[in-house]
Design a protein around this ligand. Structure first.
Ligand code: ADP
Ligand code: ADP
Ligand code: MG
Length: 499
């Protein structure tokens, strides 16, 4: 067992702060790194020491693994916490850190490698009785053979990049006649985006739910799961609202999925925190999608219902300690929601928005947690992920946690930047969401920009009825700001710079 006394956080924004807070409570010193765009960022001010690592683009700063390791050596850092995104799933970086005597807070490089490839992951779990989405479980080389299998499993099918991530590298094929052309495009996209042209085929489950399990494993072979998170509210195959527990799992299905998730982790000798993602169909049959070998954006909802600080557990595992609990010791209580407050415009296809947080007031009070990395007056930089904050609410049941989320959104004041707060109100008031009867098609099925416009009008009418017209201009939620939305192509470019 090797005590960790100083951690470098190889990340920025809310997750860097999140990690530092737990480290501080454990009496561990923290080192921040930052790009020139983040000089005044909260994570820089919070850390005990901070080092500028380069110019704003990620490739010249947060992704400079070798320089980050040099900083660690210079400042006598014991361990690196990679957060999510950036270098968190980079096996080469993890290996180099350890070669230089610095502990990587995460799984082994081998586990990162296996699970970083969706195909290698499927191969690894095949011995563990984990249900897979029907399809072609190897890289497509023979188009005719793949077309035959696609016919067998039935259209629509999904062509997926083995190295894909962040909701990218997927193509739905509805018509067998399009198979070959779509496959060629998928291969060339995968090659340019991920540097790996391997693609495979899965049955496209038309209206699935995305349900994932939180895993913790130690370096002594113990693995437990900390129950599930429901992440079906997505746009562009990426999550916006998550909750724990899922409102549809029965204790039996939860147990079966939990066991499958532990099997996935064991298949790659997993240690650290990780997430096993499944899709679930309307018969509650579940299929393994992939494993994310890092702390997940939406980890707070699990922390709320279990009372376990996942970052502290990650650090203790990295110190070589044994997990302090067994599966049968674990239980959850109450219900938690997370809304990702993104700087993007739901009225304009969720395209990222940029600009200054002219007004930024966080909600407060019982059961509310805001994980963010900004303050009023700060700019949302164009270079990184457009998430402003994660708004998390907790209460003893789903109903109350929903009411609390609606109150929190109302208290949250953001102006100057388009964001997903109002979208949150729409979802949380929607009958399908309230009843728990929804899936990954929710946004496509129910959401159009008009619903927000009419929601705004309703809110304005209500306010003017109560307070008189004078206040309307100030309180109208998210007045359309100046047109500083960025284009889809600029945004794509930014996303890839992040990787
Ligand atoms: P989670 O499953 O935790 O919600 P996401 O898939 O949304 O994670 O990704 C977590 C973080 O990593 C986000 O900041 C996202 O922008 C980034 N990320 C992950 N994979 C990619 C990718 N292939 N391209 C761009 N960003 C990515
Ligand atoms: P990523 O690495 O980009 O997160 P995933 O395999 O986890 O890729 O898929 C992301 C999302 O895409 C899922 O949450 C789900 O909404 C959708 N998806 C993935 N595979 C399928 C499938 N076979 N059928 C239907 N939807 C899918
Ligand atoms: Mg995924």
């Amino acid at each position: 067992m090797k005590k960790i006394s100083k951690i470098l956080i190889a990340n920025r924004g809310e997750i860097a702060l999140r990690v530092m807070r737990s480290a501080r409570e454990m009496g561990i010193k923290t080192v921040a790194i930052f790009s020139e765009a983040d000089r005044n960022a909260l994570h820089v001010r919070y850390a005990d020491e901070a080092v500028c690592i380069g110019p704003p683009p990620s490739a010249q700063s947060y992704l400079k693994g070798d320089e980050i390791i040099e900083v660690c050596k210079r400042l006598n850092v014991d361990a690196i916490h990679p957060g999510y995104g950036f270098l968190s799933e980079n096996a080469v970086f993890a290996r180099n850190a350890e070669k230089n005597g610095i502990k990587f807070i995460g799984p082994s490089p081998e586990a990162i490698e296996t699970m970083g490839s969706k195909l290698a992951a499927k191969a690894a779990v095949s011995k563990y009785n984990v249900p897979l989405v029907p399809g072609v479980d190897h890289s497509i080389t023979d188009v005719e053979e793949s077309k035959r299998i696609a016919e067998e499993i039935g259209y629509p099918v999904l062509i997926k990049a083995s190295a894909g991530g962040g909701g990218k590298g997927m193509r739905i094929v509805e018509d067998p006649a399009d198979f070959e052309a779509q496959m060629e495009r998928a291969v060339s996209e995968a090659r340019s985006a991920f540097g790996d042209g391997d693609v495979f085929v899965e049955k496209f489950i038309t209206s699935p739910r995305h349900i994932e399990f939180q895993i913790l494993g130690d370096e002594h072979g113990n693995v437990v799961h900390l129950f599930e998170r429901e992440c079906s509210i997505q746009r562009r195959h990426q999550k916006v609202i998550e909750e724990a527990p899922s409102s549809i799992l029965t204790p039996e299905v939860r147990k079966a999925m939990g066991e499958a998730a532990v099997g996935v982790a064991k298949a790659c000798n997993y240690y650290g925190a990780g997430t096993v993602e499944f899709i679930v169909d309307d018969k509650l049959d579940f299929f393994f999608l992939e494993m994310n070998t890092r702390l997940q954006v939406e980890h707070p909802v699990t922390e709320e219902i279990t009372g376990i600080d996942l970052v502290k557990e990650q650090i203790k595992i990295a110190e070589g300690r044994e997990l302090p609990f067994k599966q049968e010791d674990l239980e959850f209580k109450g219900h938690a929601f997370e809304l990702r407050v993104y700087a993007e415009d739901p009225k304009n296809n969720f395209l990222p928005d940029i600009g200054r947080l002219n007004q930024y007031v966080r909600p407060q009070g019982p059961g509310i947690r805001v994980d963010d990395g900004f303050e009023q007056g700060m700019d949302i930089p164009i270079y990184y992920d457009p998430m402003i904050a994660k708004l998390v609410t907790y209460a003893d049941n789903r109903e109350k946690a929903m009411e609390r989320m609606l109150r929190a959104i109302e208290e949250y004041k953001i102006s100057g930047i388009e964001n997903t707060l109002e979208f949150g109100t729409y979802v949380l008031n929607h009958e399908a969401f309230r009843s728990g009867n929804f899936n990954t098609k929710f946004v496509e099925k129910y959401f159009t920009p008009d619903v927000l416009k009419s929601q705004e009008i309703d809110a304005e009418e209500e306010i003017s009825a109560v307070l008189g017209a004078v206040l309307v201009n100030e309180s109208a939620p998210n007045k359309a700001s100046d047109n500083h939305s960025i284009s889809e192509s600029q945004w794509q470019k930014r996303k890839w710079m992040n990787n």
